[in-house]
Design a protein around this ligand. Structure first.
Ligand code: ADP
Ligand code: MG
Length: 687
């Protein structure tokens, strides 16, 4: 009975290949084997050949596909043993219910059927060979017995299939066995498709033979394959639950941006209508976090971040990111976390992360050896890689791991994460915009200190943010009253509590544009609008740049890289209006935001100094530190021995640096590793 069925399936494959023209593919496989090992067969062809055969194939793919593989091996003359592989891989599988499932909806009833899932690759192991068919040599007759390997433990030959020998062990011979490359992946459902509160679900995927090693963490893929189960055990004891995994037959990388957001012609009409509003950026800014009062300029910057600038490739191949990175530093309770949450709910493809990540991969990526890899090295994507072509909200950035800090430079600027460790060597993409929040080191923001002094964060990383906002909780009666009434009203609305005795509060809460429409608007703009600078805009940006270069007493305040930020913001502003031309107004909005931020965070005594951002030290401070250092050196040379602290302080006093300033400068130099105290009250320089 079973044999007849098998013969029937085989005959149908035969008929199929007779009727449908796959000669080119078959000849290619024959000619280029073993470089080519698969034939991609359109499921549409199979369906039109025989609907019943097609649906049976989906119900029982293991049998149907392996008989198809056997047929291909026969007609191409590829030996069935000794690494003789040929695979039928199904293409054009429709993404329809009954085939395509959400990762969280994969169930026992789908066991052994052909399904597809879509998600982001989170982990991938090294590719290693495994026995597909193990060859055992008989010590008596010298012939081989082949045992096909279907479980996670190696299956041995109990007796020789030729002479029946079963008195002792048969020897495993690698050269005679059939090996197959294998790789284990973990795929995670797209965070966009879940409600934001629950943990994204994951599924293990096995990729074998020529499709192993083709996808990387951070890739968005649809994987087609057979849902299989594997026994779980503790030691040798079997557990009653099974592990499920998808044995991949084919995959498709999702290459288009935001293909997961569908925009109907109806939506498109609404989007174009909205874009005609001259106040669109303001309207959007009021809509992104309506429950947060004030912070208008921050919200405007966040709107620009949603749209982003245009990614560019220079003539020399260097890429300039279009994504806008924003950091908010400030007092507790100033709505930083709330803004992060609002933005991650609106942004397409967003990931919410904590500075101190909960997984080994942290914010960037890591190569780890954990249970998942079963002894193999596993490459695991962190938040910035999972959010490739999307958005990451990072709360408590100041708590970031040391390892991440060093990887962040590359991740933020080149937008890649490179991992080179053990058997793993990979460069993963992290093309995403970052909105981060950090708390000041000493609990509260101290207006007398620079940003760099207030967060435990290397200044060069700080300078990779296009904008840094500080949020200070200063008591202000009028503002407090408005904020309080805003929060009260919001709560009342939340409770749907209407009491006519409560006086009307003058603030309106109706979100101007709903969240779903903003998401569509943003993805529409990012996919269709690539603005270019007008001459007027160039003039404004250039003048601003030149102006700020001379304005700060001789020191070079703004570096060329700082010109990229206003350009990005201006591009985003044009995008938000669905305009392909960056106008004067876009440039002015960009420079006003940059001005606000520079005055806000990088000025000491009202002067803007980019050095504070880049190094944490203003150029005048740096000059003073140099004076102190040189003075110690000079005294030492003059007196021929290590100077006393008192002596140094006196000389510095004469040079216009009072004792209090001098002491804090000395502390700073000590922290920077420039000077040290060999014994108490003596100061020496470190060369
Ligand atoms: P942070 O992360 O800065 O410490 P949170 O985002 O947790 O602060 O905010 C603390 C609370 O204060 C939240 O309930 C938030 O809604 C409220 N809050 C703070 N500032 C504002 C504001 N400007 N408008 C409305 N609510 C605010
Ligand atoms: Mg917070």
């Amino acid at each position: 009975m079973m044999n007849i069925l098998y013969a029937d399936i085989k005959r149908k494959w035969n008929d199929f290949f007779d009727e449908y023209d796959y000669n080119e593919e078959i000849n290619k496989l024959r000619a280029e084997y073993p470089d080519e090992r698969s034939i991609y067969v359109s499921f549409k062809d199979i369906s039109s050949y025989n609907g019943e055969f097609a649906s049976d194939l989906l119900k029982n793919p293991s049998v149907y596909l392996s008989l198809g593989d056997g047929y291909i091996r026969e007609i191409t003359g590829i030996a069935p043993q000794r690494n003789g592989h040929a695979n039928i891989r199904l293409a054009d599988i429709p993404d329809i219910p009954g085939i395509k499932y959400g990762i969280r909806n994969v169930r026992a009833m789908h066991r052994n059927s052909y399904i597809s899932i879509t998600g982001i690759i989170r982990k991938s192991t090294e590719v290693l060979p495994r026995y597909n068919t193990a060859a055992f040599k008989c010590p008596a007759c010298g012939e081989y017995t082949y045992v096909s390997q279907e479980t996670d433990r190696l299956a041995y030959a109990k007796s020789c299939s030729m002479c029946g020998y079963d008195k002792g062990k048969l020897t495993l011979v690698v050269d005679e066995s059939e090996l197959v490359d294998t790789q284990k992946l973990e795929i995670q459902e797209d965070p966009n498709n879940i409600d934001g509160t629950s943990q994204p679900q994951r599924l293990t995927v096995i990729m074998e033979d020529d499709i192993a090693g083709k996808v990387y963490p951070g890739d968005r893929v649809t994987i087609y394959g057979i849902l299989k189960t594997k026994n779980r055990r503790i030691g040798t004891a079997l557990l009653p639950e099974l592990d499920t995994y998808l044995y991949a037959n084919n995959f498709r990388k999702e290459l288009h941006d935001f293909e997961d957001i569908t925009i109907s012609t109806e939506d498109e009409k609404k989007i174009i209508e909205l874009s005609k509003d001259p106040n669109i950026i303001h309207r959007l800014s009021e809509s992104i976090a309506p429950s947060i009062y004030g912070l208008d300029i921050i919200k405007k910057a966040l709107v620009l971040q949603l749209f982003g600038g245009v990614r560019k490739t220079m003539a020399d191949g260097i890429k300039i990111r279009g994504d806008i990175h924003i950091l908010m530093v400030g007092d507790p309770g100033t709505a930083k976390s709330q803004l992060l949450k609002s933005m991650s709910m609106i942004s397409p493809r967003s990931v919410f992360a904590l500075g101190k990540g909960s997984s080994a991969a942290g914010l960037t990526a890591a190569a780890v050896r954990d249970d998942f890899g079963e002894g193999r090295w596993t490459l695991e994507a962190g938040a910035l890689v999972l959010a490739d072509k999307g958005f990451v909200a990072i709360d408590e950035l100041d708590k970031m791991d040391q390892r991440d800090i060093s990887a962040m430079h590359e991740a933020m600027e080149q937008q890649t994460v490179t991992i080179a460790k053990a058997g793993i060597m990979a460069t993963l993409n992290s093309r995403c915009s970052i909105l981060a929040a950090a708390n000041p080191k000493f609990g509260r923001y101290d207006p007398m200190k620079t940003i760099a002094e207030q967060i435990d964060f290397p200044p060069p990383l700080l300078s990779r943010f296009d904008i840094i906002f500080k949020l200070v909780d200063t008591p202000d009666k009028d503002r407090d009253r408005l904020l309080a009434s805003h929060i009260l009203k919001e709560n009342m609305l939340g409770e749907e509590y209407h009491d006519s005795n409560i006086p009307e509060i003058e603030i309106e809460f109706v979100p101007a544009i709903d969240r779903e429409l903003i998401r569509k608007y943003v993805s529409y703009a990012k996919n269709n609008v690539f603005p270019k600078l007008s001459q007027e805009a160039v003039n404004i940006l250039l003048n601003k740049y030149l102006e700020s270069r001379v304005s700060s007493d001789g020191s070079v305040p703004i570096t060329a890289r700082q010109l990229e930020s206003p350009i990005r913001l201006a591009e985003a502003s044009a995008r938000a209006r669905l305009s392909n031309i960056i106008t004067k107004e876009d440039a002015l909005l960009a420079t006003s935001i940059i001005d606000y931020y520079l005055k806000d965070v990088s000025s000491m005594n009202g002067k803007v100094d980019i050095d504070i951002l880049n190094t944490g030290i203003s150029s005048s401070e740096r000059h003073e530190l140099e004076v102190v250092y040189e003075t110690i050196k000079e005294i030492k040379a003059n007196i021929g021995k290590i100077p006393d602290l008192q002596h140094v302080l006196e000389v510095l006093q004469n040079r216009g640096i009072n004792n209090e300033k001098a002491m804090s400068d000395l502390e700073r130099l000590k922290a920077m590793g420039q000077i040290y105290e060999p014994t108490a009250k003596k100061i020496d320089v470190i060369k």
